[in-house]
Design a binder for this molecule. Sequence first.
Ligand code: ATR
Length: 311
Amino acid sequence: MSETVQPAINAATRLCAVLGAPIRHSASPAMHNAAFAALGLNWRYLAFEVAPKNLRAAIEGAKAMGFAGLNLTVPHKLLAVEMMDALDESAETWGAVNTIRFESSAGVPPANLAKRAVETPALRSDAKIHAVGFNTDADGLANSLREDLGLELRGAKVLLLGAGGAARTAALKLASENVAELFLVNRTSSKAEEISNEVKRRFPSVRVAVGFPKANVDLILNATSLGLKAADASPLDEKQFSLKQTLAVYDMIYRPAETRLLAAAKAAGCRTANGLGMLLRQGAKAFELWTGQPAPLAVMHRALEQNIYGH
Ligand code: ATR
């Protein structure tokens, strides 16, 4: 793969980008550009700091300029839902958009997109372009739990820490994958109650409760932001629930690579993984939506590690 020569930027180069605020630390450009290069695609991926008030204009601008697609990150994922011309089921289900694909009015079947896009980069000026919103975060998490932790989600018992946007998507995705029991714990318990009620309404077969489990679980999943800063306490109160009572621990945080929670989980003998796998897999899914080609996972993984951990 290293022999592949990426075409130089020219008038036929196709563009993707991530929009967010702040955006300077995003690892997505490194991941996607490595993937484009590995496949010899004349594509590039950029990052733009866009304030929420300018999101609509930025999406319209990318559409008008023939971008292939966009990723959206904090704080745009919910705002963008009503800015789409159409929503894929994935975005409709989770009520958030992290990936946009610009499609011509005839629709661009993913399988044909890469060939057409590479060979005829300039979109016909008379073609109506639609912004179609997808969400690849939820699948990214489920795939990472399966592949990085070797966890079978169906029938699993899960303690989920947090009740923000990331936790809500995680709770609903886990419920849709038929976990058996879901326990929700959050500093502000009313927010956990809200998610619990939504899970009950949408997935009545899943047992969901707010508070710590009385018995062992298969997974503790951290979806709080506690651990991002070195001084942060662990998001798990081990007086309430011991790490000896779970098989695996997943921390959605990937910077730092090992949070206080993950270090303690390792010491307790749990299987562990951080959120890098989720970042990788949501990116891989977006890549495939845009290019129609299988994402070079190993290349993307290496690029992420290099960018984030410097090795
Ligand atoms: P995201 O979109 O990444 O989920 P968010 O919606 O701001 O971000 O959610 C952050 C989560 O981390 C919430 O569950 C938050 O708890 P509250 O709902 O009580 O605010 C949790 N969190 C953040 N800082 C925390 C702290 N110091 N202690 C405990 N929980 C914290």
